[in-house]
Design a protein around this ligand. Structure first.
Ligand code: PMP
Length: 461
């Protein structure tokens, strides 16, 4: 990647392409990894080098790369009806089938599905629905939505506001009004001296209630949470956390939104993370693995309590004035429907449960490494947090770029993983085998040792 030939793809990429979540200066200097093919859990670059995709792309390509049935489903639908929309009482047949299927597998009884193209759009839609819902009920003050520090909900204006990460707010004039953030429930990082996990969970719930009371319960409309925080660092909530949170939401008539964009469709060992953590949301957003990421599609599921209010209000005022050109796109819907069929036929939940113990065991082997502070995860998602000092849990300074360096070493060794803060994340395709898990962590082990040597060379510890 270091010598960029004139007119090469890398050079043209630098010349013409602005990447998201990329340091533009570093990209200009080093270029980008350019992928051309994929098969199973592997992707190949333009030189034919193979990499294990330890992140399933962006936590999404759950069936791996090269699933022909999804290709066929897209082609069939392209030929039949390549496009239709869902405005003014119209839709395509396959979109109806997908909506029915999603309602059938929803983690709690749901009434309707609304389609969009990305997780961000789905969460943006939810913000508008929550506001619309409370306006319809005449509760014009009940508009604030509580998210959590380190939560990730997207990058559009409203969803980036829900996201609780400084990078998504700084220099973007975000968050917008009416979005609040409560504590991040990461016991390893924020648990206090002598505090048990149960006490920590209680403190998190108390802090949420304090925020609600300080703001006034009549101003709080909703609370949004990922079952497992993904981009914030793969943070698994402490035991009992959601059991303590939910009665508070009910007490103050606050809608509960589960962002299942990463956890949905088997990732945590149940079809939905809401089942793993006994969450009973009013609204659920899904995306990513809904189509195994082969085409962009997301969905918002709402329960009858929410739907009935939207319904009555749009009946009164004319239309529900929200919709995207690509909502319910039939080709995306056909691929999603086929994806869900494959999950069912291959019993993806059982598959995750079968393979997860190997994944968790192999990952937890790194707990003793001098660079590792915490290993955490559930099902087929996890993170290995790198620290400067194992005893004090002190992190490396951000400018030392420990996670970026580790990713770079791993990439050289044929493994793609990413650092979420200093947590090296793993979220492989759900089709990964035990032997492939072992190979993935063998490569990571070499990458981590290379990082350890680099850290000492640089005098960082
Ligand atoms: N919610 C969660 C939990 C996510 O992980 C993401 C994406 N990483 C989003 C929402 C936003 O999805 P998208 O990138 O498709 O807009």
């Amino acid at each position: 990647m270091n010598q960029i030939k004139p007119n090469s793809l890398a050079a043209r990429d630098i010349a013409y392409h602005l990447h998201g979540y990329t340091n533009a200066v570093r990209q200009e200097q080093e270029g980008s990894l350019i992928l051309t093919e994929g098969k199973g859990i592997y992707v190949h670059d333009e030189n034919g080098k193979a990499y294990i995709e330890g992140m399933a792309g962006l936590w999404c390509a759950s069936l791996g790369f090269g699933e022909e049935r999804l290709v066929d489903a897209a082609i069939r639908q392209m030929r039949k009806l390549p496009y239709y929309h869902t405005f003014s009482q119209k839709t395509s047949s396959v979109t109806v089938e997908l909506a029915e299927k999603l309602i059938g597998i929803a983690p709690v009884p749901m009434s309707k599905v609304y389609f969009a193209s990305s997780g961000s759009e789905a969460n943006d839609t939810v913000v508008k629905m929550v506001w619309y819902y409370n306006n319809a009920l005449g509760r014009t003050k009940k508009k604030k939505i509580i998210s959590r520090q380190k939560g990730y909900h997207g990058v559009t204006v409203a969803s980036a506001s829900l996201t609780g990460l400084p990078n998504n707010h700084r220099d973007f004039d975000l968050p917008i009004a009416n979005i609040l953030h409560t504590d991040c429930p990461h016991y390893y990082r924020y648990g206090q001296e002598g505090e048990s996990e149960a006490q920590f969970a209680q403190r998190m719930a108390d802090s949420l209630e304090k925020l609600i009371l300080a703001e006034g319960p009549d101003t709080i409309a909703a609370f949004i949470a990922e079952p497992v925080m993904g981009a914030g660092g793969v943070i698994v909530p402490p035991a009992g956390y959601f059991d303590l949170i939910q009665p508070i939401l009910r007490k103050y008539d606050i809608l509960f939104i589960a962002d299942e964009v990463i956890c949905g469709f088997g990732r945590t060992g149940n079809m939905f993370g809401s089942q793993t953590f006994k969450m009973k949301p009013d609204i659920v957003t899904v995306a990513k693995a809904l189509s195994s990421a082969y085409l962009p599609i997301s969905a918002v599921m709402i329960n009858e309590k929410v739907y009935s209010v939207l319904r009555d209000n749009s009946g009164k005022i004319g239309v529900f004035g929200h919709g995207y050109t690509y909502s319910g796109n039939p080709v995306c819907a056909a691929v999603a429907l086929e994806t869900l069929k494959i999950y069912e036929e291959r019993n993806i939940v059982d598959q995750v449960r079968r393979i997860a113990p190997t994944f968790q065991r192999e990952m937890r082997r790194f707990a003793d490494h001098p660079l590792v502070g915490e290993v955490r995860g559930v099902g087929l998602i996890g993170a290995i947090e790198l620290v400067k000092n194992k005893q004090t849990r002190e992190s490396f300074a951000p400018q030392q770029g420990i996670a970026a360096q580790t990713s770079k070493f791993c990439q050289e060794l044929g493994l793609i993983t990413r650092g979420m803060a200093d947590g090296m994340a793993f979220c492989p395709p759900l089709i990964i085998t035990e032997a492939e898990i072992e190979e993935m962590f063998r490569r990571f082990s070499k990458g981590l040792d290379a990082t350890w040597a680099w850290v000492r060379e640089q005098g960082l510890v």
